[in-house]
Design a protein. Structure first.
Length: 317
């Protein structure tokens, strides 16, 4: 079995490549290394079943030979990235999805879309079930990511209904773990980077907005089960244990000897006030639920960040 993973050098894409290789798949990763990193997949380069190709999937893509599965994970995924690259974000969600679906159609392969909880926008319903259509500002600064993913879902379902492509859609909620970028702008790496560099932790608004954090191994397990299922409509994968951002910052502080103070800044436009998945569908059809608790996952992730930061410091970077 041979899979193509777009965004294969990214945080989630690289962990997915690990899982596929472990399950006996051959993997072709496509990545333009804009937000991904070759270091994320360096350990796979020695594996005979893996290869990485530099490619921007917003342009035409082709892969020689048979392909059984196309998994589309290419996209900037943090506010820092998609606010800096609004047009590439829209293009990879629209043109990139179209090209990846075209590859699946040409190869008679199954197709898997990595969508996002951002499809729900700033939700008026919590926890968010897959049946909720969302509350999104299409012309706000976050709209470039939210609407790109909503369009990608619509395109995926159109290929399924019109062309008969065998498709899957996962809506990914906040995920954390090793290989996240320290400067990627999301809550966990932001707090850790600030703590490691001796700066106060920045909480936006009053910190009462909530998130739910899923450890990366749990997410990949849910994705793999969805890959092998027969479900075509979107499925939420995330951890329903909700925590406020202020509580999360306090939790991070306890992992540092000289606990940094917390400062407050204005809330960014359209920042969601609640983010919590309803995972009853994933439990029912996939038999999946998260296993890694926040404290266990944080210890592993912070150890990774501290080691990474120390190596950069010793290298003078």
């Amino acid at each position: 079995m041979r899979a193509v993973v777009t965004g294969g050098a990214g945080f989630l894409g690289s962990h997915l490549c690990d899982r596929l290789i472990a399950e006996g798949w051959d993997v072709v990763a496509l990545d333009n290394i804009v937000t991904g990193a070759e270091s994320n997949i360096a350990h796979l380069q020695r594996h005979s079943g893996f290869r990485i190709t530099r490619a921007d999937v917003s342009n035409y893509i082709d892969v020689a030979g048979p392909v059984a599965y196309v998994l589309h994970f290419a996209s900037p995924a943090s506010p820092v990235d998609y606010l800096k690259m609004p047009i590439p974000t829209l293009k990879v969600g629209a043109l990139g999805t179209h090209n990846a679906l075209g590859l699946a159609l040409a190869k008679k392969a199954k197709f898997f879309l990595a969508s996002t909880s951002e499809c729900y926008g700033d939700p008026q319903v919590s926890p968010q079930p897959e049946t909720y259509w969302g509350h999104v500002n299409p012309i706000g600064p976050r709209g470039v990511y939210d609407e790109a993913k909503r369009y990608a879902e619509a395109m995926t379902m159109a290929y399924h209904r019109y062309h008969g492509v065998d498709t899957r859609i996962v809506r990914i909620f906040n995920t954390y773990g090793p290989r996240m970028r320290l400067n990627d702008g999301r809550a966990l790496p932001n707090f850790v980077h600030q703590a490691l560099t001796g700066k106060p932790l920045t909480v936006y608004g009053d910190g009462k907005q909530t998130r739910s954090f899923c450890y990366v191994s749990d997410l990949i397990e849910g994705i793999y089960r969805l890959m092998l299922s027969d479900e075509h409509l979107p499925v939420n994968i995330g951890n329903p244990q909700e925590i406020t951002i202020l509580q999360f910052a306090e939790r991070i502080r306890t992992h540092f000897e000289n606990a940094p103070k917390i400062i407050f800044e204005p809330l960014p436009q359209d920042d969601p006030k609640q983010r919590c998945p309803d995972i009853s569908k994933a439990k029912r059809i996939l038999g999946w639920e998260p296993k890694v608790g926040l404290e266990e996952g944080l210890r592993t992730t912070l150890d990774y960040f501290k080691e990474y930061f120390a190596s950069k410091q010793s290298a003078g970077v």
